[in-house]
Ligand binder design. Structure first.
Ligand code: NAI
Ligand code: MG
Length: 336
């Protein structure tokens, strides 16, 4: 039996975590879920967006399946997602985007795995006002050798283990010469240790265009935090949208699995949310636990439902169903 911390989170979080736990239950894997609160719902209920009990549970069990957490825009509390990634040093944010069967998209045979540095960069949130009137703001980007080495090495190790051909490092070293320049320099140092893997670097604006023009040219991508945030949503768009891309946040001592998407307030509570993204995150969790056969059974159930029971799928991917009908179709296939 596995003890896993479950944070349903905000917005569509409750609906999609219920769906995913039902599917894991249907495949017969024995998980003891330790349910914890975080985010806006925890702030409203307990006056703290990151309660001490949640931190204690993560410290003890070290594996988390997490729904999305709302972060107030502009003012308000800082991102709890960022806080969790920094606190538990979950330095690798791994975001695969792979074309799926029977999903209408102009892009075919996309198979990208993006490694996003998860603890630093401009995303660090180190900001301050320069003047008293709050009309002049500054933000600090942080890049260190250690953090860059570990994420770039993680990307190359992944490429090697999974027989991938190429690692593309994305930067803006023409303008941000020190921060992303350092990241690029370290990439160039590490690449020769993996002679079997092709290495290239691209400037982020060109990368955005290349990903839309010819996404099939990319294999493993490694980049700094903010660029990884933006390019992973772009990659999701290539394969059917934010409803279908999972992600893992992995450190040396803990791992947290969550979708790429956010709390989707526009569709929350309407039985419309696509649970595939969180489900694929949960499959990354099963693989982390070396439950490869279980993960494969669920993946193939999803592929079958997409292929043969599209009407049961959620509307974001062209189905006519709901979160519930889609979940039921996957569970039925797994039980039969
Ligand atoms: P979002 O990812 O929540 O939604 C963007 C668009 O994608 C919306 O139209 C939404 O309906 C759709 N969408 C997202 N997930 C979907 C799903 N599973 N099925 C079907 N459609 C889906 O991004 P947005 O609106 O920019 O952010 C909303 C909130 O989420 C913000 O407070 C933001 O800070 C937070 N957020 C949290 C993340 C996390 O917990 N890791 C990641 C990204 C955003
Ligand atoms: Mg994002």
């Amino acid at each position: 039996m596995y003890n896993i911390v479950l944070i349903p989170g905000d917005g569509i979080g409750t609906e999609i975590t219920e769906s995913v736990t039902a599917i894991l239950d249907a495949v017969g894997i024995d998980i003891n879920w330790i349910k914890c609160k975080a985010g806006e719902s925890a702030q409203n209920e307990l006056g703290n967006p990151l309660p001490e009990e949640t931190l204690e549970a993560i410290k003890e069990h070290r594996i988390v399946l997490k729904g999305p957490l709302t972060t107030p825009v502009g003012a308000g509390f800082r991102s709890i997602n960022v806080a969790l990634r920094q606190k538990f040093e979950l330095f690798s944010n791994i975001r695969p985007a792979k074309s799926l069967p029977n999903i209408d998209s102009p892009f075919r045979e996309v198979d990208i795995v993006l490694f996003r540095e998860n603890t630093q960069g401009l995303y660090f949130g180190k900001e301050h006002w320069v003047d008293e009137n709050e009309e002049h703001a500054e933000s600090i980007a942080v890049v260190t050798r250690d953090a860059s080495e570990r994420i770039i090495t993680a990307a190359f190790e992944y490429a090697k283990k999974h027989n991938r051909k190429k690692v593309s490092l994305i930067h803006k070293a023409n303008i941000l010469k020190l921060t992303t320049g350092l990241f690029l320099k370290i990439g160039k140092e590490i690449a020769p240790k993996y002679p079997e893997i092709e290495f290239e670097d691209l400037i982020v604006d060109n990368m955005a265009m290349q990903m839309v023009l010819n996404p099939q040219q990319f294999d493993v991508i490694v980049t700094t935090n903010l660029f990884g945030d933006i390019l992973s949503d772009l990659a999701s768009g290539l394969v059917g949208g934010l409803g279908v891309t999972g992600a893992a946040n992995i450190g040396d001592n803990a791992a947290m699995f969550e979708a790429v998407h956010g709390s989707a307030p526009d569709i929350a509570g309407q039985n419309k949310a696509n649970p595939t993204a969180l489900l694929f995150s949960a499959l990354m969790m099963l693989e982390y636990l070396e439950e490869f056969r279980m993960a494969e059974r669920i993946r193939s159930a999803v592929y079958t439902v997409l292929q043969d029971h599209k009407e049961e799928c959620t509307q974001d991917i062209g189905g006519k169903g709901t979160t519930k009908s889609y979940t039921d179709a996957i569970c039925k296939f797994l039980r039969d």
